[in-house]
Design a protein around this ligand. Structure first.
Ligand code: NAD
Length: 494
C-alpha cells in the first residue's frame, strides 16, 4: 500500500507568487477527502470574489513582463516544468490518487500526460509567427500578427485535475498570456502542487494565479472582468452553456471542452477477445469518469452473447478498491452523490427492460473503504437508445450493450445525440473501419484504439461537446489573436 505524500505547498490560493492562506483569501475553507477512504487530506482556503479580482489584477500586471521574455525562453520554462513534473512523478501520482481516487498507475500516467503538454507547448511557443501578405496596391503590404490575447481564465474539472490544467496552462503561457486557473472544488490540491514547480522552473510571479474556489463564485468574476480576454473551460455542457451566457456581454473568446456520449461500434468481423480487453480498459479508466469514455456499446446481435460471456469473465477478475493499494484496476467515484447517480441510471434501465449480466462488488468486503463512494463495475444488456443509461453521459464503470442488425443503423443511432466528443470503432476490414469512422460525428475517433489522445493532436468536440481544441498546433491558437497592420512597404529610396 502506498501512502499520500506530505504536502510540499500551502493549501491556499497562489497569487503573485505568494500563498494566500485562509485568513487572507476571504472564502470559506473546505476539507479535501480521499474518496476511497473518506480520510481528510488537507483543508483548503477558497478564494472569494475579491481574491479572484486581485488574482486577475496581478495576472494583468504580469502580462507585459511575460510577453517581453522571448518566446523561446518562455518555452524553456515550460519544458523545465515538464522535466520537474517527471522527476516528481511518484509524489504527484500519490497525491492525485489520494485526492481523486484513480489507481496509482493511472495517476502516474496522468503525470506523464500532463508533462507531455508542458513539453509540447514549450516547443510550440517559439513557432508562433505571423506572415507578410502582398497588398493589392503598389507600395504597401500587410503584416499579419499573432498576439497573446491577454489574461486567460482557466476552469478545470476533477477527473483529470492535473492534465486538464496542464493542457490549458501550458498553451496559454506559451502563447504569451498570463492566466488565472480555477481547479475543481473536489480536487484543488494537485493544481496547487504545481505552483512551486513552475516557480522553480523560472515562472515569474503573477504569470499563473491559482484560485481554488466555487464555480458559482469564481466563474462569474472571470466572466465579467474586462481584463480576462479568453475563458477556457473543461466541464459539463450545462456549465459551458452557462459560462457562454455569462461571457456574452463582454464578448470574450471561449474555448469549451464539454460533455460526451461516445459510441463504441463493434463491427461484425471484430476480434471479440481484443475488443473485450480494450473496452474494459477504457471503461475502468478513472472508473468511467471520463468525457471520452465509451457510453454506448453497439454490438451486432449475432455476437452479443459471446461478448457478454467474455465481459463477464473480465469484470469478475477486476480488483476494485483503494487506488493506493497494489494492483487495483478501478477506484471509487469522486463522491457518494456520483455513485448514487450512476446506480439510479442502472436501476431505471433495469426497471424498463434492461438486464444486469455482470457485476463486481468485491470492494464491499474490503475493510476501511468509504463504500458509499464506490460504484460496481457492471455490464447491462438489452439497453435501448431512449434509456438514460444510453441517452446521457454515465460517468461510472457501467458498460451498456445496445445490439444492432445493420451497420448503417448502428451509425445512425450512434450519431443521434447532441454530443460529439469521441467515438470508437473496432473491426478488421480497414476500408469499412475508415468508412464508419468518417461517418461518425465526433471530434476524435479511435479505430482499434481506446486512448488516442496525445499532446501532438488537437482534441475538441463537435455539436454540444464544445468549441475549439486543446493540444496540437491548434491548442495555442485558442490564446492568440490575429491582427493586421497595413503599412507602406519599405524601400531603399529616401
Ligand atoms: P462541472 O461542469 O460541474 O465543473 C467543471 C468546472 O466548472 C469546475 O471547476 C466547476 O467548479 C466549474 N464551474 C461550475 N459552475 C461554474 C460556473 N457557473 N461558472 C464557471 N465555472 C463553473 O463538471 P465536472 O462535474 O467537474 O466534470 C465532469 C464533466 O466534465 C462531464 O460532463 C465531462 O464530460 C466533462 N469533461 C469534459 C472533458 C473534455 O475534454 N471535453 C474532459 C473532462 C471532463
Amino acid at each position: 500500500m502506498k501512502t499520500s505524500p506530505p504536502l510540499w505547498f500551502e493549501p491556499a490560493p497562489w497569487i503573485d507568487g505568494v500563498w494566500r492562506t485562509a485568513d487572507r483569501c476571504g472564502g470559506e475553507s473546505v476539507t479535501v477527502r480521499n474518496p476511497a477512504t473518506g480520510e481528510a487530506i488537507a483543508t483548503v482556503g477558497r478564494a472569494d470574489a475579491e481574491t479572484v479580482t486581485a488574482a486577475i489584477e496581478g495576472a494583468d500586471r504580469a502580462g507585459r513582463g511575460w510577453r517581453a521574455i522571448p518566446a523561446a525562453a518562455r518555452g524553456e520554462i515550460l519544458k523545465a516544468t515538464a522535466a520537474a513534473l517527471l522527476a516528481r512523478r511518484d509524489e504527484f501520482a500519490r497525491l492525485l490518487t489520494a485526492e481523486q481516487g484513480k489507481p496509482y498507475l493511472q495517476a502516474a500516467g496522468e503525470v506523464d500526460y500532463a508533462a507531455s503538454f508542458f513539453q509540447w507547448f514549450g516547443e510550440e511557443a517559439r513557432r508562433v509567427h505571423g506572415r507578410i501578405v502582398p497588398h493589392p496596391e503598389a507600395g504597401r503590404e500587410f503584416l499579419v500578427e499573432q498576439r497573446a490575447a491577454g489574461v486567460a481564465g482557466l476552469i478545470t474539472p476533477w477527473n483529470f485535475p492535473l492534465a486538464q490544467g496542464a493542457k490549458k496552462v501550458a498553451a496559454a503561457l506559451a502563447a504569451g498570456c498570463t492566466a488565472v486557473w480555477k481547479p475543481a472544488e473536489a480536487t484543488p490540491l494537485v493544481a496547487l502542487a504545481l505552483a512551486p514547480i513552475l516557480a522553480e522552473a523560472g515562472l515569474p510571479a503573477g504569470v499563473l494565479q491559482i484560485v481554488p474556489g466555487k464555480g458559482s463564485v469564481v466563474g462569474p468574476v472571470l466572466a465579467a472582468d474586462p481584463r480576462v480576454r479568453v475563458l477556457s473551460l473543461t466541464g459539463s455542457t450545462a456549465t459551458g452553456s452557462g459560462l457562454m451566457a455569462a461571457a456574452a456581454p463582454g464578448i470574450k473568446r471561449l474555448s469549451l471542452e464539454l460533455g460526451g456520449n461516445a459510441p463504441f461500434i463493434i463491427l461484425p468481423d471484430a476480434d471479440l477477445g481484443f475488443v473485450t480487453d480494450q473496452l474494459v480498459r477504457l471503461k475502468m479508466f478513472v472508473s468511467g469518469q471520463v468525457c471520452v469514455t465509451a457510453n454506448r456499446i453497439f454490438v451486432h446481435a449475432d455476437h452479443e452473447a459471446e461478448l457478454i460471456e467474455r465481459l463477464a469473465t473480465r469484470i469478475a477478475g477486476l480488483k476494485v478498491g483503494n487506488g493506493l493499494a497494489d494492483g487495483v484496476d478501478a477506484g471509487p467515484l469522486i463522491h457518494a452523490a456520483a455513485s448514487r447517480d450512476v446506480q439510479r441510471r442502472v436501476e431505471e434501465a433495469v426497471a424498463t427492460g434492461a438486464r444486469i449480466v455482470a457485476e463486481n462488488r468485491s470492494y464491499e468486503s474490503i475493510p476501511g473503504l468509504a463504500r458509499e463512494n464506490f460504484s460496481p463495475p457492471t455490464v447491462v444488456a438489452d439497453v435501448r437508445d431512449s434509456m438514460r443509461l444510453a441517452s446521457e453521459e454515465i460517468f461510472g464503470p457501467v458498460i451498456p450493450l445496445l445490439s444492432y442488425r445493420t451497420l448503417s443503423e448502428a451509425v445512425e443511432r450512434a450519431n443521434a445525440t447532441p454530443y460529439g466528443l469521441a467515438a470508437y470503432v473496432y473491426g478488421k476490414d480497414l476500408g469499412r473501419l475508415r468508412g464508419v469512422a468518417s461517418a461518425l460525428e465526433a471530434g476524435i475517433v479511435g479505430v482499434n484504439e481506446w486512448r488516442p489522445l496525445k499532446a501532438e493532436i488537437p482534441f475538441g468536440g463537435v455539436k454540444q461537446s464544445g468549441i475549439g481544441a486543446e493540444g496540437g498546433e491548434e491548442g495555442i491558437r485558442e490564446f492568440l489573436e490575429t491582427r493586421v497592420i497595413s503599412i507602406p512597404k519599405p524601400g531603399v529610396e529616401a
